[in-house]
Ligand binder design. Structure first.
Ligand code: FAD
Length: 310
């Protein structure tokens, strides 16, 4: 870290602490990213309120530090050189409110928890998504989905902080540019704070349905640390894993990162992986598949930070 950056980070930490924002410095990505590897994040700020969140953004900007919003880290790789800026945790934007056939959910609530809560209240819609280890904030941004269901199917409205005006806005589902695993540019300059989901009343055994979906997931996906699917489906809708498997790459290992034997589109951390191992393996998967089938796979995961240099 340069002296100037070190100085700015420290000044920002002092200013944030003085206004009551929780601050953690030099946090390893092992604690944040579900790949359990990667570099160090200089500063994680955890505001309690919208006012503190706005102050956090203003202070980061006035100290010339870049900003990033953290979700559950289930799709996030932090490069080994670390992230030199302020990562915002929305841990305190939590809670689930039941409102007739709707739930109003804080950004940091996890899909499995929301699914169980809804099922216990006989509200259906989230069972298929109950095994995705995402926050509702991250799922809303990425349009998380599986087994033919996407979170956009049940989103009714999103409350966000506009990073340009630093004001709160509420947008409806119709205003969001959703497509496969994408919300387009809708949230490019915003932080998702709360999401309202529209569910359907049901007399069925929704807990059993959740259990069945989770068993199905366990049977087809590895349990070691990973970031879920590495690559998106092709524009024709073919899974990237089909091509990786066909290219006989399952089990291929670079350093501590390995293409799962169970699911060809998952890279697992065998215990000692670095983010660099992960990236080298994705490059290999991409290049081999391109060479053999002329298919250019596109990454599904998000990457932040800098390359490691001595
Ligand atoms: C074992 C495993 C299985 C998975 N299975 C699936 C699956 O079946 N289907 C699927 O779609 N995905 C799956 N994933 C991937 C992942 O769960 C999704 O991409 C998810 O949407 C990421 O959510 P997150 O909260 O973890 O976000 P993160 O990974 O922390 O962040 C992802 C992106 O969202 C942004 N972001 C997060 N929260 C906010 C917010 N509140 N406001 C603004 N931006 C925000 C971040 O800045 C980042 O750009 C899987 C991952 C794992 C590890």
């Amino acid at each position: 870290m340069s002296t100037r950056l070190w100085y700015n980070v420290n000044k920002c930490i002092i200013a944030l602490t003085s206004v009551g924002v929780d601050v953690a410095r030099q946090v390893s990505a092992k604690e944040i990213s579900l790949f359990r590897a990667g570099g160090v994040i200089d500063l994680i700020a955890t505001p309690h309120t919208v006012t503190e969140l706005v102050t956090t953004i203003e202070l980061a900007r006035s100290h010339h530090l870049p900003l990033f919003t953290l979700g559950g880290g289930s799709n996030l790789l932090v490069k080994d050189g670390g992230y030199h800026g302020v990562a915002i945790s929305l841990k305190h934007f939590n809670g689930i409110l039941l409102d007739d056939n709707h739930v109003f959910v804080g950004a940091s609530e996890k899909l499995p928890h929301i699914a169980y809560f809804s099922a216990k209240n006989q509200l259906s819609g989230l069972e298929a998504l109950s095994g995705i280890p995402a926050t509702i904030g991250g799922a809303t941004i990425k349009n998380a989905g599986c087994y033919g269901v996407e979170i956009s199917d049940i989103i009714e409205a999103v409350t966000l902080l506009d990073l340009n005006s630093l004001t709160i806005k509420r947008i409806s589902r119709a205003e969001i540019d959703y497509s496969y695993r994408s919300s387009g540019d809708t949230f490019k300059n915003s932080i998702v704070l709360y999401v309202r989901l529209r569910l359907s009343p049901s007399n069925g055994d929704l807990i059993k349905s959740i259990t069945d979906y989770r068993a199905k997931r366990l049977a087809s996906q590895p349990t070691e640390p990973s970031l879920g699917s590495v690559f998106l489906k092709t524009p024709e809708g073919v899974s990237a894993g089909y091509y990786v498997d066909k290219a006989r790459l399952k089990g291929t290992r670079i350093g501590g990162a390995q293409i799962s034997d169970k699911h060809a589109n998952f890279i697992i951390n065998t215990g000692c992986a670095t983010a660099t191992d992960y990236l080298k393996l994705t490059a290999l998967m991409h290049d081999v598949v391109y060479k053999k089938y002329k298919i250019s796979l596109q990454k599904e995961i998000d990457i932040i930070g800098e390359d490691y240099s001595d």
